[in-house]
Design a protein around this ligand. Structure first.
Ligand code: PMP
Length: 460
């Protein structure tokens, strides 16, 4: 970076403070500046091409540079670039999008509330749960249970739901009334000889115990991603969600599905909830909703919740919550067009078909000396690197080997994401067999080079 003082990478360091970045390392390294995108590829400021193996941030379903989304945004900008939805106002894009979302939603959803980000949508979910229980005359029923390694955002409340140390440490989180239960990762947390089924039953039992210890009259909701994303692409045992849901129903605890990564085909079905038989009371979606061309998230909720809240707003006079950009017309217009593309091009079907290819391809690395576990479903997967295959011992320090592998991937023209030593894959839903083969080949090269590097450090 030092030898390119006028480069965007250098200028970036002078002015930008980056999310999820080691600030001191960034001063040294400079920024990787991405200038353009087309299909499954992005190009940096030197013109180098990369396969975007994480679809940006698990989000660009239809790929980069989709002209129909550009046109949808342009047309809406021209017609009505902004209007709000406070005090009975509305506009057609948000109405049409809500109709579509409710028609395709998992479970019986009744209403849609829009925000600009997944974090805001999860904050709103918490506030709705609290408001709902106040409205129903149960002010003590407020605790929300999420999971260790779950990811739900970074605002003060949604960051509290998130079950990752980075998001709590030195931010003075979590706030009160947020509890965390066990992560459903059988390979890492299952006991010796415990089957996936037994593990799922044990976790449901632990949840029940937690609810009983806290007092069911104080526990309002359980929130989870059907398949965990940012916590390490953790695929739960088949029956985990059914068992969890049974416990929640028993104690009148709402089930909230955070579909921000899973939604719109990622698991090879429309929703992660469909894949795991979840019948949620609330659903949060974002990311693939607009393919992240515009910031937008949607919170869908059941009629039972709506009716209680609506009665209360009638008593108070208004519902005291909403964002300037709630249901933004350009964002909702882009989402609508994006969902039409997903349907017309059968991208959910493609995710299922190509997902099999991706999963089989990733599993071919299972015998590699650095690979502890290969996991995934549909078009999302993960390869966890370990110091010792047999004992599953993690690398110390955690993340250095994953970072090296991630950098080697970039060298070979592949962007993925290392969550510590967990290498995450989540390509655009439009990817075909050729693209996947290239992705797997580039990763294979990077993995072999990583093994050499680890070996050379051992000898040194
Ligand atoms: N929930 C899940 C499951 C997510 O993966 C994310 C983002 N990675 C969020 C919520 C938060 O979304 P945002 O970054 O838009 O606030």
């Amino acid at each position: 970076m030092v030898d390119r003082p006028n480069s965007p990478a250098f200028r970036d360091v002078a002015v930008n403070f980056h999310p999820y970045t080691n600030a001191r390392k960034h001063e040294d390294k400079g920024a990787m500046v991405i200038r353009e995108g087309k299909g499954i590829h992005v190009y940096d400021d030197t013109g180098k091409e990369y396969i975007e193996g994480l679809a940006g941030l698990w989000s660009v379903a239809v790929g980069f540079g989709e002209p129909r989304l550009v046109e949808a945004a342009r047309a809406q900008m021209e017609k009505l670039p902004f209007y709000h939805s406070f005090a009975h106002k509305s506009h057609e894009p948000s109405i049409e999008l809500s109709e579509r979302l409710l028609a395709m939603a998992p479970g019986k959803m009744s209403k849609v509330f829009y925000t600009s980000s997944g974090s805001e949508a999860n904050d709103t979910a918490i506030k709705l749960v609290w408001y709902y229980n106040n409205a129903r005359g149960r002010p003590e029923k407020k605790k929300i249970i999420s999971r260790i390694k779950g990811y739900h955002g970074i605002t003060i409340a949604s960051g509290s739901l998130t079950g990752l140390p980075y998001n709590h440490k030195d931010f003075d989180l979590p706030i009160k009334n947020i509890l965390h239960t066990a992560c459903p990762h059988h390979w890492r947390f299952g006991w010796e000889g415990e089957s996936e089924e037994e593990f799922a039953s044990r976790l449901a039992g632990e949840l029940e115990q937690l609810i009983l210890t806290e007092g069911p009259e104080t526990v309002a909701a359980f929130i989870g991603e059907p398949v965990m994303g940012a916590g390490g692409v953790i695929v739960p045992p088949r029956t985990y969600w059914q068992k969890i849901q049974t416990v929640c129903r028993k104690y009148d605890v709402l089930v909230i599905a955070d579909e921000v990564i899973n939604g719109f085909g990622r698991t090879g079905q429309l929703w992660g909830s469909t894949t795991y038989g979840i019948e949620p009371d609330m659903v949060i979606c974002s990311k693939q909703l607009t393919s992240s061309y515009m910031p937008l998230a949607a919170l869908l909720f059941s009629d039972e919740i709506y009716q209680a809240i609506a009665d209360n707003t009638a008593k108070i006079g208004t519902f005291g919550h909403g964002f300037t950009a709630s249901g933004h017309p350009v964002a909702t217009a882009v989402a609508l067009e994006n969902l039409k593309i997903i349907e017309e091009r059968d991208l959910v079907g493609n995710a299922a078909r190509m997902g099999e290819h991706l999963q089989a391809g990733l599993r071919r690395f299972a015998d590699h000396p650095l690979v502890g576990e290969v996991r995934g479903v549909g078009m999302i997967g993960c390869i966890e690197l370990v110091a010792d295959k047999t004992s599953k011992q993690a690398f110390d320090p955690a993340g250095a080997v994953g970072t090296y592998c991630y950098e080697r991937c970039q060298e070979h023209g592949l962007i993925i994401r290392n969550l510590g030593d967990q290498m995450a894959f989540c390509p655009p839903l439009i990817i075909d067999e050729t693209g996947l083969n290239q992705l797997l080949e580039r990763f294979g090269q990077a993995l072999d080079e990583t093994a050499q590097w680890v070996g050379s450090k051992h000898q040194a």
